[in-house]
Design a protein around this ligand. Sequence first.
Ligand SMILES: Nc1ncnc2c1ncn2[C@@H]1O[C@H](COP(=O)(O)OP(=O)(O)OP(=O)(O)O)[C@@H](O)[C@H]1O
Length: 256
Amino acid sequence: MRAMTQPFIEFKNVYKRFGNLEVLKGVNLSIDKGTVTVVIGKSGSGKSVLLKHIVGLVKEDEGDVLIQGKSLNRLSSKQARQFKKNMSYMFQDNALFDFLTAFENIALPLTETTRMTVEQIRKKVHDRMARLSIEGIDHKYPSELSGGMRKRVALARALVTDPELILFDEPTTGLDPIRKNDVHHLIREFQKQFGFTAVIVSHDIPDIFDLAQQIALLDEGKIVFKGTRQEIMACEHETACAFIRGREMLYDRSKT
Ligand SMILES: Nc1ncnc2c1ncn2[C@@H]1O[C@H](COP(=O)(O)OP(=O)(O)OP(=O)(O)O)[C@@H](O)[C@H]1O
């Protein structure tokens, strides 16, 4: 019975501090398999730190992060390897390697983590490139591509291993509103097609809500609101409402 309802990822009372700075102060969040969760919150509130717990780049001081009911810290090295293999991420700051071509960037997770042949890799990479409409740029370096194209290459790389889980940290940073919507659309389409679980940190409010089954607001070190798009937009939760109203005003201004 428990197995039926077990979340894919669960933060249980997670605390994290850096020196004197307490960033997470008892985070509780459940993420179900195959769903999209959007994490919002003020700049510096700890959204990236939250994501980095899942990747293992940051370790909690107190509490626990569970993957399918098992503490990340208690996975055997084989289980940890398996989990990492089934996960990919698209982070704003380490999007692509400048010294690798578009093809090499997309192929990298396959060359690093699988024993696929050169031909199998070529097929897989070209399939993802075709689905993202970026054929013919195999030999281009990131510096030769537009911002929107670079995001597509990063997305192709995140998708190339058929991961069960993809973490997106502000995947549309630096794009204009049209290209932002373009990336949202691609994430939504691929999530529907491949069914991966997604956790997206985003400031694209309210547009990003269209993708999400669950929206979580991180504020003062805690998840103070969890709900659907309809629930947050109904504006019945004071903090969540104030946050999205503030953001919407900024968002509308940036569109004009
Ligand atoms: N490795 C680290 N060492 C020290 N401080 C850190 C570290 N990582 C994050 N922080 C601090 O933790 C706080 C939360 O950072 P985080 O990047 O998670 O915020 P965020 O909500 O993602 O912000 P933004 O929306 O601006 O990207 C910040 O004050 C940051 O400086």
